[in-house]
Design a protein around this ligand. Structure first.
Ligand code: ADP
Ligand code: MG
Length: 384
């Protein structure tokens, strides 16, 4: 939905024009998976799919929320009654942002919000971060808080971790807030240093497909917690603050020191090699050799599948089918156990590849996947 529809929707709901309209995108992670809670490197880029919010201030301590995509009417909340983890509905995301801003001492006194989002929810494309960031940016502008995008991302992460109660890293919100058109964002999750890396696929005759498998396996959250705990154990056994501190050249020695801790060894091997793959992708893109990143994407998938063990049959089928049909590289993206995969392909191969993946899913008896092309797009911004 565009700015005009969301503006009109706001006016119809609340009986006055909004003060402005903002948008914030979903994201895919090009490479750097399960590295963000190990102080490592990630490399997301923004999708053309955005959450769009029309917003006005209020002065009476009331927050009114409405989503065009959820059949729940206008939800009215009192700011002084917002409590972490008290809300299990979609409203926890925008309310959590308001809560986080106020907790940090910013004088937000209320808002009317109407939003709509084209980011598929629950597909690993960060519809939740898009929702948080669009609200944070709107309030930052309207209340003249002057917070830079990376600070807004931090506050949104706090909203999701503490208010919603979902233990996620800093990547999603930073991607939505900070990405730039035609670029991927190289982010060091330790110090939040970022660099915009040119990623103009079309100019090089390439395309990037996102394949939403439309499955989310139920054990997802428990498994995420186990991986996180396993990585922490690895860091503790190796005497470092985070696995990021193990240099790639020291990996063999580190693995040897872990002795018979086979489970931890696999996790450590994934994280350390994945950080190195991100750095290699950055170097290749900066030297203009986009095609050469394909094998690194595939190597990331193999590591996530065999060492980190967060893939699933649907994601593996996308990757295997795409590679067999001539893709340059392919990998699961996001946390795993369902969600989406990405496929890097030469422009002429896109139709054949798409068909091959759709046919393979049908033959396996899986739900039909949603396949779309992802162009690196702008981050959050005011649109009217
Ligand atoms: P992801 O971020 O991978 O899409 P999450 O589980 O983190 O998955 O976030 C999905 C949740 O975000 C939904 O369950 C819903 O609560 C909220 N959400 C996403 N899009 C919308 C929308 N358009 N309107 C209202 N809530 C939404
Ligand atoms: Mg999310």
């Amino acid at each position: 939905m565009g700015a005009v529809e969301v503006r009109d929707g706001f006016t119809a709901l609340y009986g006055a024009e909004p003060e402005g309209v903002w948008s914030a995108p979903g994201r895919v992670n090009l490479i750097g998976e399960h590295t963000d809670y190990n102080d490592g490197f990630v490399m997301p880029f923004a999708l053309p799919h955005t959450a769009v919010a029309a917003v006005s201030r209020r002065t009476d301590g009331i927050l009114r929320l409405h989503s065009a995509d959820i059949d729940a009417g206008v939800v009215e909340l009192r700011l002084d009654a917002l409590r972490p983890q008290s809300d299990k509905e979609w409203t926890a995301y925008p309310a959590g942002v308001v809560w986080a801003l106020r907790e940090a001492g910013h004088p937000v006194t209320g808002a009317d919000i109407h939003l709509a989002s084209a980011v598929p929810a629950g597909a690993g494309l960060s519809s939740s971060a898009a929702l948080e960031v669009v609200v944070a940016l709107a309030l930052n502008d309207l209340y003249e808080l002057g917070l830079p995008p990376w600070r807004l991302a931090r506050l949104c992460q706090r909203a999701e971790n503490v208010y919603v109660g979902a233990p996620t890293g800093i990547m999603d919100q930073t991607a939505s807030a900070c990405c730039e058109d035609g670029h991927a964002l190289f982010l060091d999750t330790r110090d939040l240093a970022q660099r915009q890396i040119p990623f103009d696929l079309a100019a090089e005759g390439m395309r990037l497909l996102v394949v939403d498998t439309r499955v989310k396996h139920a054990h997802n959250e428990g498994e995420y917690g186990k991986r996180r705990a396993g990585c922490e154990k690895g860091a503790a056994l190796l005497g470092v603050d985070a696995l990021r501190d193990i240099a790639y050249d020291d990996l063999d020695a580190a693995l040897a020191r872990l002795g018979d801790e086979e489970e931890v060894r696999r996790l450590v091997r994934h994280v350390v090699t994945e950080d190195q793959r991100v750095e290699r992708v950055v170097a290749l893109l900066e030297s203009g050799d986009t095609r050469a990143i394909g094998p690194l994407l595939t190597a990331s998938h193999v590591s996530l599948r065999d060492d980190f063990r967060v893939s699933c049959p649907e994601l593996d089928l996308v990757v295997d089918t795409a590679l067999a049909a001539g893709a340059l590289g392919a990998r699961m993206t996001g946390g795993g156990f369902g969600g989406s995969a990405i496929v890097l392909a030469g422009a002429p191969d896109v139709d054949t590849l798409t068909k091959a993946v759709e046919e393979a899913f049908a033959a396996a008896g899986f739900t039909a996947p949603r396949v779309f092309e992802a162009v690196p797009s702008p981050g959050a911004r005011r649109i009217s």
